[in-house]
Design a protein around this ligand. Structure first.
Ligand code: SI3
Length: 291
């Protein structure tokens, strides 16, 4: 079984201006993450992949393209979560058949699901597949909070091996690390990679790693080697970059930065907005400043 620890790019979606999948661009982003960024893994179908705006067939096609392009060059984790539980089950089977190394699922969102419903959701997704599940915990977007005691209940299922922790609450992260030394914890906020690494994460999954992989690797390795002052210098530059990216529009700006490197990362999917001339110009400035 393949090791899941390490640094993952959350794979961007690549779309044509009409919203259809840009397969050529998607393949270029995947190769860039493998050959140039030297990532340990790809997180396919997450927030960064604009997944929640796609049809089931489109999600499947992206899972297929990623596996076909990456082959076994990199660890592949597929985000299959959806508030359509039947779709999640179908996607989980689909990616396991494709040979993905692990699955992940966002907590069910929009309706205020109780913990028993959240638990049922995860139990149902993993029931008929032989794979490892990483819970995608992102309360600032889903509104779903899970306590340490509730995580303990979810982790009773041995197929549930970890959590992608997109949360700025370091007290909770420390409690999780202490309570679950054998579970995998992936940091989800790129701007907090250093402190999360100090607390003993097993890896990280992020959108900005598509363009900022070298600095992320430095932060991760320097912190693990206890060279905190050096790591902090790199985190400072990284956070200046992330602040500029967030100000200009997160996924669109990352795509425009990739375009500066000759990668056809394309457009975002509606209702995300298209590129204005100002946004394009600002992305060029950001590229010159940091790369
Ligand atoms: O699911 C995913 O695509 C992710 O891994 C998301 C990841 O946690 C990112 N979060 C979101 C909402 O995009 C972060 O990488 C985030 O973009 C970054 O830290 C900037 O805030």
């Amino acid at each position: 079984m393949r090791e899941l620890k390490g640094l993952y790019s959350a794979l961007l979606g690549a779309f044509h201006e009409d919203g259809s999948i840009n397969e050529k661009g998607l393949r270029q982003i995947i190769r860039h993450n493998i050959d140039h960024n030297k990532m340990d893994g790809l997180y396919v179908g997450g927030s960064t992949g604009e997944n929640f705006m796609l049809s089931t067939d489109e999600k499947k096609r992206i899972f297929e393209i990623a596996k076909d392009e990456a082959k076994n060059d990199i660890t592949l984790m597929a985000q299959v979560g959806s508030i359509n539980l039947k779709e999640s089950v179908e996607l989980a089977k689909f990616v396991v058949d494709l040979g993905y190394d692990a699955i992940s699922a966002v907590t069910p969102f929009y309706y205020k699901f109780g913990f028993d419903e959240v638990r049922h959701y995860y139990e149902t997704i993993v029931a008929d597949v032989d794979t490892r599940m990483v819970i995608y915990f992102i309360p600032f977007l889903t509104g779903v909070n899970i306590s340490v005691d509730q995580f303990a209940k979810l982790f009773e299922n041995k197929k549930i091996v970890g959590v992608k922790f997109t949360q700025g609450d370091f007290y909770l992260l420390e409690r999780m690390r202490k309570a679950f030394p054998d579970k995998l914890i992936f940091a989800g906020f790129d701007e907090m990679l250093l402190p999360a690494t100090v607390l003993g994460i097993d890896g990280a999954i992020g959108s900005t790693y598509n363009v900022n992989a070298a600095r992320a690797r430095q932060i991760y390795e320097l912190t693990r080697a206890n060279k905190i002052a050096e790591a902090l210098e790199v985190q400072h530059v990284t956070n200046d970059l992330i602040t500029d990216i967030l100000d200009n529009g997160l996924y669109g700006t990352i795509k425009l930065l990739l375009a500066e490197q000759g990668i056809e990362a394309g457009y975002c999917r509606e209702p995300m907005k298209g590129y204005t001339p100002e946004m394009r110009a600002r992305a060029k400035e950001i590229y010159k400043k940091y790369f």
